[in-house]
Design a protein around this ligand. Structure first.
Ligand SMILES: Cc1cc2nc3c(=O)[nH]c(=O)nc-3n(C[C@H](O)[C@H](O)[C@H](O)COP(=O)(O)O)c2cc1C
Length: 263
């Protein structure tokens, strides 16, 4: 089994390479259905792909991992983090969420991908992204080999990473939809509403309207440039992985991807 959570497509792209052949399971869809219990075949491995948020696991994914249950211990349980420059404490965070169900992380892998956090960073220009994708693809091939060999790599905090708790708590404080607004560039396409994992956005008279406060700061709703987080994103380029632009993963319809099994 391979679970993934992705706001802007990087982790979905990683999952599409590594989760090959076993159907990918979209964590957003599981959250929608309230599906947290899964049966495993004997000897079955379980993989996860997920972004890093302020050195930890994104809020929505953390809610899922806390409730996740299997009917037996996976043969090999591994995490693949996508991140821009510091994975921080995310592997330790993940391991601690799973330990509540008595699940043990065997290995984690971290793959640098383009930054998607338009609130706090400048997004890499499109023409400079290919080099990052190419390096990520090479690394993912290497990771696939390490997964096949069931390498052990227990969770640890990135050396030199400081104030993990304070940084993660600052992220949680930012997860409120009251910060968002839409400008007059909006064309009422409704993609923002389909991308919101908490279904917090509804088009009312063609205008994206935040109907709930729940947000995991995935950046999925901000892909078009008409939606802003306070004043922080005005005039800034947005980020979406090309695989999402092609429509490979849509929260409304959920994902399809084939591939390569790691059992
Ligand atoms: C709110 C937020 C916080 C982030 N924090 C970090 C971080 O602490 N370290 C890091 O390297 N990348 C950080 N990122 C970047 C993402 O982890 C990275 O771009 C990831 O590949 C996005 O995956 P996705 O496209 O699957 O959502 C952050 C992104 C967001 C939106």
């Amino acid at each position: 089994m391979f679970f993934y959570y992705s706001g802007t497509g990087n982790s979905y792209a990683a999952a599409s390479v590594l989760g090959d052949c076993c159907a990918l399971t979209d964590i957003m869809a599981c959250m929608d259905k309230g599906e947290f219990s899964f049966s495993l075949e004997e000897g079955e491995s379980v993989g996860f792909a997920c972004p890093v948020c302020n050195g930890g696991i994104p809020k929505l994914a953390a809610d899922f991992f806390r409730q996740l249950r299997f009917d037996r211990q996976p043969a090999y349980l591994y995490l693949v983090l996508t991140y821009s420059d510091h994975w921080g404490n995310a592997a330790v965070h993940f391991a601690s969420l799973l330990s509540e169900a008595g699940l043990e992380l065997d290995a984690f892998y971290a793959v640098p991908m383009p930054e998607n956090n338009v609130i706090e960073h400048v997004i890499l220009p499109e023409e400079e992204r290919d080099a990052v994708y190419e390096r990520a693809e090479e690394l993912l091939k290497e990771i696939a080999r390490r997964i096949d060999a069931k390498e052990k790599n227990p969770a640890f905090c990135e050396p030199g990473y400081k104030d993990a708790e304070a940084k993660y708590s600052a992220y949680l404080d930012m997860c409120h939809t009251s910060h968002f607004h839409v400008d007059d560039q909006c064309v009422s396409c409704g993609i923002c509403a389909t991308r919101c994992p908490y279904h917090s956005i509804r088009l009312i008279d063609g205008v994206p309207t935040w109907i709930k406060d729940e947000c995991t700061l995935c950046m999925g709703c901000m892909r078009c440039g008409a939606i802003h987080y306070d004043e922080a994103t005005i005039g800034k380029k947005r980020y979406t992985h090309p695989l999402l632009k092609k429509g490979g993963h849509n929260h409304a319809g959920h994902s399809q991807a084939g591939g390569h099994a790691h059992s």
